[in-house]
Design a protein around this ligand. Structure first.
Ligand code: FES
Length: 112
């Protein structure tokens, strides 16, 4: 889904709704202007919203969320990242870029 950037005064913007995260597959994937964003609920800390850029720091492929394994996996060379975007398996040596996220009035808001 593509969105145009609509910044609120606090610098956050809506990328989806709380309901989007409650329904299967429990993920919001959008493109805000030129920035790709994925948001999930942290599987072991349901109160924590995780928003990150799915661009793999190794060579730029888009990582995919594997809900059953609770990790992000890059389809190109197999790098893996934990639910908060931390690199746990190479070749990627850096973490995914994360963004502040919060829920407010049924909206999921991120600050890019
Ligand atoms: Fe992701 Fe190489 S681009 S592992």
């Amino acid at each position: 889904k593509r969105l145009e950037s609509r910044l609120r005064p606090d610098g956050f913007q809506a990328i989806g709704t709380v309901a989007d995260l409650e329904q299967f597959p429990g993920i919001i994937q959008v493109q805000v202007d030129s920035t790709a964003v994925i948001a999930i609920r942290h599987p072991s800390q349901p109160g924590v919203l995780v928003a990150l850029n799915p661009t793999c720091p190794h060579a730029g492929c888009k990582v995919e969320w594997q809900k059953d394994n609770s990790k992000f996996v890059c389809p190109c060379h197999g790098s893996e990242f934990d639910p908060s975007g931390k690199a746990i398996r190479g070749p990627a040596a850096r973490n995914l870029i994360g963004y502040p996220a919060k829920a407010e009035d049924q909206s999921i808001l991120v600050k890019l």
